[in-house]
Design a protein around this ligand. Structure first.
Ligand code: PMP
Length: 447
């Protein structure tokens, strides 16, 4: 990996208890200004961020093990991204690609055609958020097949818009009180090796889904299967080997569009450009966002040319989709990912961290499972010696790690998964410090 120059000291440094007074003051203002439904997992307010640190308004420097939910893989202020944004903003910030098109959009589409799995002819449409890319994937699948059914999985997360809420599995907080939900969405059992009662092989778990799809929907009514190759919000669930390829094969044989939602797993996060590559799966459509543009809002739908081009002219778009500043950020981000060889860096992070987590799991009874790939790793916390999810203990562990200067996120249908999503550019020593704090904390909560 080429050397990365950091702007901020890469250190864990606490100047106040968390949250400090300046964060407290902002929290008080927020209460009377920001909608209560919008919550933040960190109690501190951000003043600066770079590489592997977030500096808050009280001058505390926290180790960032969340990357703003897998977004700032190249860091939150990579100099090449910042320069590309400034340069593009100084020329034009917006024309609307549907009105005045520009080269950056085409360049991003060309990059994505080259980077995504498969050497077939591809097309791309750009959007603003992961949810919007997912919505459009479903629109394309329906338009191209003339069918309407969509299969999503237990524990899935695909977004918070009307259609994507229907695809998302978890009720609280994503769906509760917001129904009715979009029709023609069918939910199937995921392969969840830790919790599958009989530890089904991937192939058997997929055959269970196939039998259910054939019995309950029928391939002739099914437009698409959408799946996260490693589930994100649902708990970093890695399906058993064979699950994804078996489903993808069935989809191909039955004219069902196989959509990989790589919004969270994409762009070097799992040690490859895309998680689908791990088992050689070539999705028909792939949705992307988060890591794509170094923090600027951009999302993409890339896939088979015959599918995307089946949509009538004007059927896809949006005012800001593929905004020129976001496209410039994406091009700089992808270049930085290649320059720093971030897929390799994600594999190095796995090699450094996973054995430590596995060793810790062997010495405590509160870790049910350790899993993940690359720099997308997770620890499932359970009541001692059982498989019963322990959400309260998970919260306590994350709060204690934060009090010591390490910012971590949780996830999981049962809220009991500590997830690690460090920026891929985090200095190895800083990552090691963050993991040491986490493992100490888990030990302290192990009885
Ligand atoms: N799909 C997946 C797999 C995600 O992880 C997310 C975001 N967590 C989304 C879709 C939605 O993306 P956004 O929040 O950008 O709409």
């Amino acid at each position: 990996m080429s050397t990365i120059a950091y702007r901020l000291p890469q250190e864990r440094l606490l100047r106040t208890a968390l949250p400090g007074p300046a964060s407290e003051a902002l929290a008080a203002r927020r209460k009377s200004a920001v909608a209560a439904g919008v919550v933040s997992s960190l109690p501190v307010y951000v003043a600066d961020a770079d590489g592997g640190v977030i500096v808050d308004v009280d001058g505390n420097s926290l180790i960032d093990l969340g990357s703003g939910i897998a977004v700032t893989s190249v860091g939150a202020s990579h100099p090449a991204v910042a320069a590309a944004v400034a340069d593009q903003a100084s020329r034009f910030t917006h024309t609307c690609f549907m009105v005045g098109p520009y080269e950056g959009y085409i360049q991003v589409a060309e990059e994505l055609a080259a980077l995504t799995p498969g050497s077939h002819d591809k097309r791309t449409a750009l959007f603003n958020s992961g949810a919007e890319a997912v919505e459009n994937a479903i629109k394309v699948a329906r338009a191209a097949t003339g069918k309407s059914g969509v299969v999503a999985f237990d524990h899935a997360y695909h977004g918070r818009t009307s259609l994507t809420m229907a695809l998302t599995a978890k009720s609280m907080p994503y769906k509760a009180t917001f129904g009715p939900f979009a029709p023609e969405v069918y939910r199937m059992p995921m392969s969840y090796p830790y919790r599958d009662e009989t530890r089904l092989t991937g192939e058997v778990a997929a055959q269970r889904v196939i039998a259910q799809m054939e019995a309950q929907i029928g391939a002739e009514a099914l437009a698409a299967i959408i799946i996260e190759p490693i589930q994100g919000e649902g708990g970093f669930i890695v399906p058993a080997p064979g699950f994804l390829p078996t489903l993808a094969d069935w989809a191909r044989r039955n004219r069902v569009v196989f959509i990989a939602d790589e919004v969270q797993t994409g762009f070097a996060r799992t040690g490859a450009w895309f998680a689908s590559e791990d088992e050689g799966v070539v999705p028909d459509l792939i949705t992307m966002a988060k890591g794509i543009a170094g923090g600027l809002p951009l999302a993409a739908l890339t896939g088979r040319a015959d599918l995307l081009d089946a949509v009538h002219p004007g059927g896809l778009g949006g005012t800001y989709g593929g905004n020129p500043v976001a496209c410039a950020a994406a091009l700089a981000t992808l270049q930085a990912m290649r320059f720093h060889d971030l897929p390799a860096r994600a594999r190095e992070i796995e090699a450094a961290v996973l054995p430590q987590l596995r060793a810790l799991a062997a010495e405590t009874t509160i870790i049910g499972d350790v899993r993940g790939r690359g720099a997308m790793l997770a620890i499932e916390i359970v009541r001692p010696g059982t498989a019963v999810p322990d959400r309260e203990r998970t919260k306590a562990i994350v709060a204690e790690a934060l009090a010591r200067g390490v910012a971590l996120l949780t996830c999981g249908t049962y809220g009991n998964v500590v997830r690690l999503l460090p920026p891929l550019v985090i200095p190895p020593e800083l990552l090691a410090d963050g993991i040491a704090v986490l493992t100490d904390t888990i030990r302290a909560y192990s009885h």
